[in-house]
Design a binder for this molecule. Structure first.
Ligand code: 13P
Ligand code: SF4
Length: 351
C-alpha cells in the first residue's frame, strides 16, 4: 500500500490558519498544562488545513460533541452541540461522509438516521460506560419481566438497545417524553441515575409513572457529590452550580440548574453570576470559555476518557484512509427498528 505524501502548504497559508486558530482558542485554559498559544496553533495549522481540504474533496462533514478538544470543535468541526442537536444534524445532512468526533453510540445514531452516508469514527475505542452497560439481549430479558412497560432508552445506548426500545430520549427531552408516554410503567435504560432524576422531576410535575431502571452510570458524572457542591459554595459566594442529569439525584437537587450540555451552555450564557461550577466534562467549560469569555469557572469538571480519544491526527487519518473498524456498519433490520424509536423521539420533543 502506498501512502499519499502530505500536502504542502505555503507559509502564508500556514500563518493565516494559525491566526484563525489562535483567535478562536486563545481564551481556553481549562486543561492544566495545555495552552493554545500562537506556537501551538502554528503547529496545528498543517493538520487543520489538510483536514479541511480532505473534507471539501470528499464531501464530508465533521460533527463534534461539546466534550471533544477545542481544536477539533473550532478547527475542523462543521457542527457542535449536544447529542440531540447532533442527531438532528446527522438526520438532515446531505454529505456523502460524516466523521463523528464524539463517541461510537453517537456515530451509530448518525448512521441510523443517515444510512446513505459513510459514517466514520476517529477511534473505535471511544465507547461510553452507559452504552456499554447493557445489550439488546438484556433489554429483551427485562421486557419479558415487564411486558406492560414502555421501553425508553437514553440515546447513550447501542443501536441494538435502541432497536429493542419504543422511544429514544436525550438529556434535553427526557422529562417531557417520559411524561408524554401513554403507559404508566416505563422501563428506562441504561442510566440508573438519570432514571432517579426522571422520577424526581415527574413527582414535581405531578405525573404518575413507575420507572424501572437498569444499572448503568456515566463514569464521569457519577463522580460528583453534594459535598463538592457544599465546599465550592462555601468558598465562592454567589456561585451557580450547573449539573447534567447523569449526576446523582442528590447532586441534581443541590444544583442551580440541571440539563443537557446544550441546556447548560444556554443557562450559563443567560445567567449573571460571579462564578460557575460545571458538574460535567471539561470540554463544555472550554466551549464556554471560547463563546462567553467573560464568565468565570472554578475547577471541578472531569475528563471523559472516551471523548478524549478523538484527535486531529486520527480525524486526518480516518479521512485519508479509514480502517474497516472505523466505518460504522449496522444490520439493516436493527437499523430500521432503532430508527423508529429515534423518529418517535423527534415527534415527541417539544419545539
Ligand atoms: P448530551 O446529550 O447532554 O450532550 O450528553 C451526552 C453525554 O454523553 C453526556 O455525558
Ligand atoms: Fe458516556 Fe459519560 Fe463519556 Fe458521556 S461523559 S460519553 S455518558 S462516559
Amino acid at each position: 500500500m502506498t501512502t499519499a505524501a502530505p500536502p504542502v502548504f505555503t507559509p502564508a497559508e500556514l500563518d493565516a490558519e494559525a491566526d484563525r486558530l489562535f483567535r478562536a482558542l486563545l481564551s481556553v485554559d481549562c486543561e492544566p498544562g495545555r495552552r493554545w498559544d500562537y506556537a501551538a496553533c502554528r503547529g496545528l495549522a498543517p493538520l487543520t488545513l489538510e483536514i479541511n481540504r480532505l473534507k471539501r474533496e470528499q464531501d464530508a462533514v465533521i460533527l463534534t460533541h461539546s466534550y471533544v478538544e477545542p481544536e477539533i470543535i473550532y478547527g475542523v468541526g462543521d457542527a457542535k452541540g449536544d447529542s440531540y442537536y447532533l442527531s438532528l444534524k446527522a438526520r438532515d445532512s446531505r454529505a456523502r461522509k460524516i466523521v463523528f468526533a464524539g463517541v461510537v453510540f453517537m456515530a451509530e445514531t448518525a448512521k441510523i438516521l443517515s444510512p446513505a452516508a459513510v459514517v466514520v469514527v476517529p477511534d473505535r475505542g471511544s465507547g461510553c460506560s452507559l452504552a456499554d452497560s447493557i445489550t439488546g439481549a438484556d433489554v429483551r430479558r427485562l421486557k419479558a419481566l415487564y411486558p406492560d412497560a414502555a421501553v425508553a432508552c437514553y440515546i447513550n445506548s447501542t443501536a441494538e438497545v435502541k432497536a429493542e426500545s419504543d422511544v429514544c430520549v436525550t438529556s434535553g427531552n427526557v422529562y417531557d417524553i417520559v411524561a408524554r408516554l401513554p403507559e404508566r410503567r416505563v422501563l428506562f435504560v441504561p442510566d440508573r441515575l438519570m432514571a432517579e432524576n426522571v422520577r424526581a422531576e415527574l413527582r414535581r410535575r405531578g405525573v404518575d409513572k413507575e420507572i424501572i431502571a437498569s444499572d448503568g452510570t456515566c463514569i464521569v458524572h457519577d463522580q460528583f457529590t453534594p459535598a463538592d457542591i457544599a465546599a465550592a459554595r462555601a468558598r465562592f459566594p454567589g456561585l451557580k452550580v450547573v449539573a447534567h442529569p447523569e449526576c446523582t439525584a442528590e447532586v441534581a437537587a443541590a444544583a442551580d440548574y440541571v440539563g443537557s450540555t446544550g441546556g447548560m451552555m444556554k443557562y450559563v450564557k443567560q445567567t449573571a453570576a460571579p462564578y460557575f461550577l460545571m458538574l460535567t466534562e471539561c470540554g463544555l467549560v472550554g466551549r464556554l470559555q471560547v463563546e462567553d469569555p467573560e464568565k468565570r469557572f472554578i475547577g471541578g469538571c472531569r475528563l471523559c476518557p472516551y471523548m478524549k480519544l478523538n484527535s486531529l491526527e486520527k480525524i486526518r487519518d480516518v479521512l485519508r484512509q479509514p480502517r474497516p473498524d472505523q466505518v460504522i456498519t449496522l444490520d439493516e433490520d436493527v437499523r430500521l427498528r432503532a430508527a423508529r424509536g429515534l423518529e418517535r423521539m423527534f415527534e415527541l420533543t417539544p419545539a
